[in-house]
Design a protein around this ligand. Structure first.
Ligand code: UDP
Length: 261
């Protein structure tokens, strides 16, 4: 598949056109941002790991009937995905209270929630992705009730599946962010899961030690982000007994190859 012109560049990914109007290429960058873009860095190898981890999770979700935008992974950093009309809402799913929830409501960090909690944030960097109520979604027609009901059902299935998948490899799924989009299917709008699911968008704690294996290592300056993401990939069985360094080396190799062309 030939890569066409750049359509969009976000904080961690770039979207390129292809010859097929319904498909685009998603490129995973090494850039890391936090706190609404106030903290920025480049962490070599992060994009490679997120590409692999997200591919793994989305293809497993596909197998349990959760339709999503992934078509196939192309290489270390790129995937072909379906072009969707993204719903401008970040759906935050929480199993354990931490992060912004604890700060906002004074809840003790680590409180296990009786039921998964779904929160909605408006996807708008200029406004700092503000928390909104479900009523705002209808008032401003960001999505309709039928779509939100469908999305909520999908979210609960995704959460159940992911909790189990991570539990099996000694990881607690604390919280995560999902995005959904619309595609036309037989002339009708259909809602599918979009964006990535990776340690950039999930909080993952080791089941025994509570060690953070996600982007909080960057947000909180804990260091060792690549070894943590590599650990997640290894436990998921998608990186074999390669060292952390190998993901980085492959990145270097691919950039050397490109330059020498
Ligand atoms: N999250 C994300 N992108 C965002 C905001 C949140 O992927 O723009 C994820 C984040 O990684 C965490 C969950 O959503 O797994 C809940 O985030 P929270 O609101 O606690 O974020 P904080 O403000 O603490 O970074």
């Amino acid at each position: 598949m030939k890569k066409g012109k750049k359509l969009y560049e976000g904080k961690a990914k770039i979207i390129y056109a292809t010859q097929d109007k319904d498909l685009v290429i998603q490129y995973f960058k090494d850039d890391a941002t936090a706190f609404n873009n106030q903290k920025k860095s480049t962490i070599e190898g992060k994009g490679v790991l997120n590409n692999r981890i997200s591919e793994h999770i989305l293809s497993n979700l596909s197998q349990i009937g959760i339709k999503n935008h992934l078509v196939k992974r192309l290489n270390m950093r790129e995937q072909i995905i379906k072009l969707v009309e993204i719903i401008p809402i970040e759906f935050i799913v929480r199993n354990v209270a931490t992060g912004s929830l604890t700060k906002r409501l004074g809840i003790e960090d680590g409180t296990v929630l009786k039921e998964p909690l779904i929160e909605y944030c408006l996807k708008d960097d200029n406004l700092g992705d503000p928390l909104i109520a479900e009523e705002h979604i209808y008032a401003f027609e960001w999505a309709n009730k039928k779509e939100i009901e469908k999305i909520k059902k999908m979210i609960l299935r995704i959460n159940d599946f992911m909790i189990g998948m991570f539990r099996g490899i000694g990881i607690k799924l604390i919280d995560f962010k999902l995005e959904f989009g619309r595609i036309k299917s037989d002339g009708k709008d259909e809602i599918i899961l979009a964006d990535e699911i990776s340690p950039d968008t999930c909080r993952l704690w080791d089941s025994v030690t509570d060690k953070k294996l996600d982007k909080d290592r960057f947000r909180k300056d804990l260091g060792d982000l690549i070894p943590a993401y590599t650990e997640v990939a290894k436990r998921l069985g998608i990186l074999h007994e390669q060292s952390n360094v190998s993901a980085v080396n492959v990145t270097k190799l691919s950039s050397v190859k490109k330059k020498s062309k």
